[in-house]
Write a protein that binds this ligand. Structure first.
Ligand SMILES: [Zn+2]
Ligand SMILES: [Zn+2]
Length: 199
């Protein structure tokens, strides 16, 4: 189901909705709103769980650093034992903690973008220009207007305010933002694009 529980249901206005002719991409509308790579197994973690894990990795890095110093200071131990915990060990743990923190941040962003009334398309657009994004080194920018984002906007839920409901020829539906709606209007065939009444 695309209009999953909790998502605001689209209710037609009294008047004629603005109906635009749109088309089916291969796989229909639904193909745009799933992540093919997602596997099963376990419930979705929360950003808080990841931050908790990050704190544990940080604490472990600190503990290892303390242990390294204590080992080093033992005059009765052979040199090879005193140096058995090089700084690279706690550096690796610190790096791991940072990566876990980065994952928490990404997850929090995706969860925020899934709020009710948000565009559910699973690929990013520039809200003004459409599918004109470029992404490199975890940052995205628009090749048309130069707008930039400090994160990878190309993947995951779009999250812009939803203004259209897209319906494909098979009856699959999804709510999308203006930029995604405009893009679909140009490319879809056999479906409908309905303006969501603003109230
Ligand atoms: Zn743009
Ligand atoms: Zn969108």
């Amino acid at each position: 189901m695309l209009l999953a529980g909790g998502r605001r249901r689209w209710v037609p206005d009294q008047g004629e909705p603005a109906v635009l002719r749109v088309a089916a991409l291969s796989g229909g509308v639904r193909g745009l709103f799933t992540d093919d790579d997602s596997g099963g197994g376990g419930s979705e973690p929360t950003p808080a769980e990841l931050r908790e894990l990050q704190a544990r990795a940080d604490a472990l890095a600190r503990d290892v650093a303390v242990m390294r110093e204590r080992l080093k200071e033992q005059p009765d131990l052979p040199r090879g034992v005193r140096g058995a915990l090089p700084g690279t060990v706690d550096d690796a743990l610190t790096t791991a903690a940072q990566r876990i923190g980065g994952a928490a941040e990404k997850l929090a962003r995706v969860r925020a973008a899934r709020g009710p009334g948000s565009c559910t398309a699973w690929w990013g657009v520039c809200p003004s220009c459409g599918p004109t994004l470029r992404t490199e080194d975890g940052r995205s920018w628009c090749r048309e207007c130069g707008a930039g984002w400090g994160y990878d906007r190309s993947q995951g839920p779009c999250g812009e305010p939803a203004t259209f409901m897209a319906m494909d020829a098979q009856g699959g539906t999804a709510i999308v933002c203006t930029a995604h709606g405009r893009h679909m209007q140009e490319r879809l065939d056999g479906g409908l694009l309905l303006a969501i009444p603003t109230s």
